[in-house]
Design a protein around this ligand. Sequence first.
Ligand code: TNX
Length: 479
Amino acid sequence: MTTPAELHALLPLPQEVELLDGSFTIGAQAHIVVPADPVGAGVGDQLVADLQGICAVVLTRGASATPGDIELVGAPERTDLGDEGYQLDVRSGGVRVVARDAHGLWNGTRTLVQLVPRDGSPPTIPAMRIVDMPRFEWRGAMLDVARHFFNVDQVKRFIELIARYKLNRLHLHLTDDQGWRIEVPGWPTLTAVGGDSAVGGDMGGWFSLRDYDEIVMHASRHFVTIVPEVDMPGHTNAALASVPALNPDGVAPPSYHGKNVGFSSLHLDLPATRGFVADVLGTLADHTPGPYLHVGGDEAHATERTQYASFIEYVQQVVTGLGRTMVGWEEIANVPLSERTLVQHWLHPDVAGGSTPGTRLIMSPARHTYLDMRHDEHDLLGRRWAGDIDIDTAYEWDPAALVPGVCDDRIAGVEAPLWTEKVHTFRQVEHLCFPRLLCLAEVGWTNQSLRSFDDARGRLAHQYQRLVASGVNAAKRVG
Ligand code: TNX
């Protein structure tokens, strides 16, 4: 299937598009008519800002739609559109976006913004009807701020970039052996000691709870849910180095600046550990409006098997007690889990697939989604262990064909992680994420039967140009 030229700027590709005769030009007198509720009105404000950034029109808010206007309509009764779906009608007389709720309107306006030309020509959009909704509810990116720290402004910029492509989860890997990046009241050494280190002895950093609140707010304005991760019981040297009482001998180990994994562990049987875990997760729950708390659980090679099982059972109980859904890397599937818990597959399909029946999976297969891998053999930046991941490899996979017996009904969605052992600057973050993170956005949104890499290649090239034009250090893989 080849996308018609009129739709070249769309990524992810919508589920249903019907091109019609005629077109609409955003005129100097156009109004934006928005729903009365504040969240819907916020979507309208962002649309005004986006359109004014693209074309030199001055848009004002209108109370009711007249010919030539752009109207956003909340229609809770449109259950056919699903949770994030929308209908976008472009006619010569105006534009109408209809959705059940503000998130659907957000998605519809993202499509509308993509349709406006950027080549200096008049802001004319071909007439069409789009009816669209995502294949999966979880469409995420992960940023590892523990191995190298990225600050509030950089995380906010990252949120803006992923939200353009209807990604709706930002998983923040906040702690690891090399760094602890979040303030926890009552445990000041976590940030004073653990916040001060990074891979290679590079500069550390951490988020105060006010910083974190600011990130969460910015994310919610872009319909992105923050998923905070505190990795436990392994990957915990930064915590062990900060709090002597978390160590069996009561002696804090030195800070760790290397890249190895699997040598550190929390110990559930020490008197300080349970209180520590409960305080950390309680603090995150207090500052995270979204329903998820990610507890890591990966590569706990220094944790004895039965200890590991007890630990995961304990954190699951704490997270459930906080009214949240636990998320963990696939290793947690070795332990009996609550059906509500989400298991994040990254390496071993049989481990992820062995998870308690009824649990759902987030698909992050390293071979297709690991953004710290090289694009190809000429790439000086990336790592190699999961193979080179160029845009075709990032695009050509089906989440429902990874784990035997696990189809769409057991898949919450997809996520691409950026681990940052070798990533020092935000320019490097951009190089590794773009444009290939867009492939994941389409894997997560567009039905498998509508996707083909041959078709996506041209649309990726188009987005590459747009990313570069907006100052993003995208890797030149296309166009
Ligand atoms: C594996 S993926 C890890 C990370 C590393 C990454 C490097 C996962 C759950 N654990 O700790 O940063 O490989 O590619």
